[in-house]
Design a protein around this ligand. Structure first.
Ligand code: PEP
Ligand code: MN
Length: 344
């Protein structure tokens, strides 16, 4: 259940709601938005509360019962749509995701070395990027494939951030690594394979670091939003979703990029959503068209794989854009962005 407080909210009115919730053993999640303060009431007994009675309490504008299984992730919880600002590190630029301005986060699949990370970060920044992605810990299908440079990779990402100001997005593979990743990352990426790793979701939920939650390759939108709910329910409200394609019978692409999920998420949730057309298609030459389509479908930005020399990449070279391809793509996005009321 969501209680929308009248504006401006008086502290005593808010306190009354919190007390009432605690008397009934309900959890409260308070969001102080730019225009409204909203109290989410979560817990088993919430069904017994009478919305009409709550609606008459001083300072309450309206009460909305949330019927979906996800509560904090639901649009009813934040009807105006949410935004997540990334870039907490002192050398990072701050970037708001879920704004009229689209966010482009790009970089190699894996950090392979210092030079390639620095070069890629410069190219990403020069051609309109707002964030640098790159895996230091790589969850690979085969245990014999390149597993990433680990801490050394994080050091290279930090150096690239220092040089360019780009906030760093990198994957956290396991709950034990969250502390280490928080030392380096501006955004903690949860990979598709870990979308339902509940201890990991809870651990990142206990940090204040923005979380980029990729959709599991066999996850429904509801399961994905329930995964987001795990993070939100621990107190971390900085969740960014990322559609990266799902497993279907279709074999002409690596995954089936489900752009309808973007529209569904926008209806059902306030969380910002990015699209990853690199993993979504598996082919660099399909990435530009799917990037345009993603923006047209209402995505808040893109997560792109870019590499200085894609054929020699240690991971996902076939789906990685060259610097020239990336520059061409970002330049081409302007027209579609403008057509749907977004800016680059
Ligand atoms: C990645 O972003 O490099 C990655 C491994 O993605 P996913 O978890 O979506 O497969
Ligand atoms: Mn990859």
């Amino acid at each position: 259940m969501v209680i929308v407080m009248s504006s401006p909210t008086k502290p005593e009115d808010l306190e009354r709601i919190v007390q009432l919730a605690h008397q009934r053993n309900l959890q409260t999640h308070i969001s102080h938005g730019e225009e409204r303060t909203i109290v989410g009431l979560i817990g088993g007994d919430v069904r017994e509360l009478d919305t009409a009675t709550l609606g008459r309490l001083p300072g309450v504008e309206r009460v909305v019962r949330i019927l979906q299984p996800f509560k904090l992730a639901s649009r009813a919880h934040q009807p105006d749509g949410g935004q997540v600002t990334i870039g907490c590190h002192p050398s990072s630029r701050r970037v708001t995701i879920g704004h009229t301005k689209l966010a482009i986060i790009a970089g190699p699949c894996s950090v392979e070395g210092r030079e390639m990370t620095m070069q890629t970060a410069q190219a990403v920044r020069e051609h309109g990027g707002h964030g640098l992605r790159g895996g230091a810990f790589k969850p690979r299908t085969s245990p014999y494939s390149f597993q990433g440079l680990g801490r050394q990779g994080l050091e290279y990402l930090a150096e690239a951030r220092q040089a360019t100001g780009l906030p760093v997005v990198t994957e956290v593979p396991a709950p034990e690594q969250v502390g280490l990743l928080c030392e380096y990352a501006d955004v903690l990426q949860i990979g598709a394979r870990n979308m339902q790793n509940y201890p990991l979701l809870q651990e990142v939920g206990r940090t204040d670091r923005p979380v980029l939650l990729k959709r599991g390759m066999s996850a429904s939108v509801e399961e994905w939003l329930m995964a987001a709910e795990y993070v939100l329910s621990q107190g971390n409200n900085r969740v960014i979703l990322c559609e990266r394609g799902i497993r279907t019978f279709e074999t002409s692409t690596r995954n089936t990029l489900d752009l309808s999920a973007v529209a569904v998420v926008k209806q059902q949730s306030h969380l910002p959503v990015l699209v990853d057309p690199s993993h979504g298609t598996g082919y660099a030459d399909l990435v530009p068209s799917m990037s345009l389509a993603a923006i047209a479908a209402g995505a808040d930005g893109l997560l792109l794989e870019v590499h200085p020399d894609p054929p020699s990449a240690l991971c996902d070279g076939g789906q990685s854009l060259s610097f020239a391809g990336y520059a061409q793509l970002t330049a081409g996005l302007q027209a579609v962005a403008a057509a749907v009321g977004r800016e680059m």
